[in-house]
Design a protein around this ligand. Structure first.
Ligand code: CP
Length: 325
């Protein structure tokens, strides 16, 4: 267990060691137990977190805001459109100024080829920790919650097969931050990771290379597939979700047109039957019901999506308590 995490940013799990991630999980399980038992755990009394959103959210906002309250502090919801950012406040101003008001700055900025750079620029100017609530490249808190959920449901993740798969959705071109963060973290925990997608839905080559390196170092594997059904075959964990064809085109209409070639990539009962009988179905949400996933799957016995969403609360509280105390 590591005890020197005060002041650290969480921008990607890649910048945290295995020992440090184990510490987050250990604290998250402890905080979950304390909440279940009604034990007060105000580790951040009198502390304040700025939550700066450039994009909509249900789970991330709710879980950070509730989490700060449960830790005895306050979270300020700041919609970027209500700030002076459009009138000239740069990332430096946000980091310098919010870093003096708040004990942590959490940011969601998912704009392609911009979000991560913005968050890093704020972090460079801030004297307090910066927490990535999702950018164009990474979604670290989602993936920490996913790992916690896999451990809860399946025990030691080493040797388990997880299928990180593209699926069709019509609602919008979703960021690639979830599949990228999944392949990065799960390969560090010795999992056999399948990355399954049509050819137009490639992830960033550098991220795939890092995941391959992680797998080599930690005894897992990374296999690339382009057959939706094959991805499900014999898997312990299935995580089919949509993302935009961002490495192929940055034009939303063109990306949507490419997606319509693959409307049969829906997680349904037939596909679930290809996985192990005790396989779990995961999704970060929101999902396009009956387009991306059948109701019978997302509401079925193998689905763990609500426990997964709950675990956002516990891992985020762990990181805040460890970095902002
Ligand atoms: N999974 C997730 O980040 O959900 P929100 O977009 O609702 O925050």
């Amino acid at each position: 267990m590591q005890t020197n995490l005060r002041g650290r940013d969480m921008i990607t799990t890649q910048e945290w060691t295995r020992d440090e991630i184990d510490t987050i999980l250990d604290v998250a399980f402890d905080l979950k137990r304390q909440r279940a038992l009604g034990v007060p755990h105000a580790y951040l009394r009198d502390k304040a977190l700025a939550m700066l959103f450039f994009f909509t959210s249900t789970r991330t906002r709710g879980s950070f805001e509730a989490g700060m309250a449960q830790l005895g502090g306050h979270a300020a919801f700041i919609d970027s459109t209500t700030t002076q950012i459009s009138h000239g406040d740069t990332a430096k101003e946000i980091g310098e100024i919010f870093g003096r008001y708040y004990d942590g700055i959490a940011i969601r900025q998912c704009d392609w080829d911009f979000g991560n750079r913005y968050i890093r620029d704020v972090a460079a100017a801030s004297r307090t920790p910066v927490l990535n609530m999702q950018c164009d490249i990474y979604h670290p808190f989602q993936i920490l919650a996913d790992l916690m959920t896999i451990i809860e449901k399946k025990g030691d993740p080493r040797g388990l097969t997880i299928n990180v798969s593209w699926a069709y959705a019509s609602s919008y071109q979703k960021p690639i931050s979830v599949p990228q963060s999944l392949i990065l973290l799960m390969t560090r925990f010795g999992m056999h990771v399948r990355l399954t997608h049509p050819p137009e839905y490639k992830l960033m080559p550098d991220i795939v290379a890092q995941a391959q390196d992680n797998a080599r170092k930690h005894g897992g594997s990374l296999e690339l597939l382009d057959d939706f059904d094959a991805g499900f075959q014999g898997a312990d964990v299935v995580y089919p979700k949509s993302w935009g064809a961002l490495l192929t085109t940055t034009d939303n209409a063109e990306s949507a047109a490419i997606g319509r070639r693959y409307t049969d990539w829906i997680a349904d009962d037939r596909r679930m039957a290809l996985a192990k009988r005790d396989a779990i179905y995961m999704h970060c949400l929101p999902a396009d019901r009956n387009i991306e996933v059948a109701d019978s799957v997302i509401d079925g016995e193998q689905s763990v999506v609500y426990d997964e969403a709950e675990n956002r609360l516990h891992v985020q509280k762990a990181v805040m308590a460890l970095t902002m105390a």
